[in-house]
Ligand binder design. Structure first.
Ligand SMILES: Nc1ncnc2c1ncn2[C@@H]1O[C@H](COP(=O)(O)OP(=O)(O)OP(=O)(O)O)[C@@H](O)[C@H]1O
Ligand SMILES: [Mg+2]
Length: 281
């Protein structure tokens, strides 16, 4: 399978900013991967996502060089309408993405804008509601829902467009731990059922490290590490890049080599507990 997302020598400086928000960035993501983008606040994660969904350079002014391609098409040469169909984007706060009086109308919003015929719209909205298991909320008012439900409604609106690539900017920041794990499970299921590629900015690495294919770490607008979560988190340097290595992984690293604690893969807290059970630490 080819690369759904290609970033080549990308640099961007917002017009009023003193320096580049993203510098000399390269990235190639094969279709169907779950990729986590991490790094300290202000390192350029959201900016990079904006260059993928087209807000940069189409909506934000600045100095742009290099190229970003989605499904082989250059983002800077595409219009926002076409991009809206190839890249799904979930804002950090779903309130910013919910506009209509019923969940159903809300999920249909993007399709209506595209002028998709009524019966096809109906089918796609029902499919998206079904995928997110929120069919029973169809007639509810979005503003009455919980944060987790709103997040699902917003994501249903994104999926109804059937994008091949979905980018999520800190999708769990408003969610309680249980709803956050449900969202992660949902990402895994959608990748499996639809083959959707996900690029997720996430601070809570513990949530996603077990399911991500790739972890990309940024600092100061540059890529400073990339690889499988295991390789990056077990690497020497990752802590110095302002990435919070999950506690379970730090302990695994400390105990690595001892009986029952390998470094072939990242252990979950319960696996690590089982491995060291009965031992004095
Ligand atoms: N609209 C803007 N205009 C000017 N500068 C901006 C704008 N948005 C972001 N920046 C600057 O670009 C740099 C990267 O910001 P960005 O929001 O991409 O970081 P981030 O990694 O998403 O941070 P966070 O984890 O806090 O969300 C920062 O220096 C920021 O101040
Ligand atoms: Mg951000």
């Amino acid at each position: 399978m080819g690369d759904i997302l290609e970033v080549e020598g990308l640099s961007f400086k917002y017009s009023d900013a003193p320096r580049n928000a993203v510098s000399g960035f390269n990235l190639a993501i094969p279709e169907g991967e779950i990729v986590v983008l991490a790094g300290p606040s202000g390192c350029g994660k959201s900016t990079l996502l904006r260059t993928v969904n087209g807000l940069i350079p189409h909506m934000y002014g600045g100095e742009y060089s290099g190229d970003v391609r989605v499904g082989g098409s250059s983002v800077k040469g595409s219009n926002m309408r076409d991009l809206a169909q190839s890249v799904g984007f979930l804002f950090q706060n779903p309130e910013n993405q919910i506009f209509m009086f019923t969940v159903e109308r809300d999920v249909a919003f993007g399709l209506e804008n595209l002028g998709v015929p009524r019966n096809e719209m109906r089918a796609r909205v029902d499919e998206a509601l079904g995928l997110l298991r929120i069919g029973d909320l169809a007639q509810r008012a979005p503003h009455e829902l919980s944060d987790g439900q709103k997040q699902r409604v917003a994501l249903a609106g994104v999926l109804a467009m059937r994008p091949k690539l979905v980018i999520l900017d800190e999708p769990t920041s408003l969610l309680d731990p249980r709803t956050a794990s449900e969202l992660v499970a949902l990402v895994v299921r959608l990748r499996k059922e639809l083959g959707t590629t996900f690029v997720v900015v996430e601070h809570r690495l513990d949530l996603l490290m077990g399911v991500a294919d790739r972890l990309v770490v940024m600092e100061g607008g540059k890529k400073v590490a990339e690889g499988t979560p295991k390789d990056v988190l077990f690497g020497e340097e990752v802590g110095t890049h302002g990435v919070a290595v999950p506690a379970v992984t730090r302990v695994q690293k400390m105990l690595a080599g001892e009986e029952g604690v390998g470094v072939e893969r990242l252990l979950t807290p319960s696996e690590l507990a089982a491995a060291v059970e009965g031992r004095e630490i």
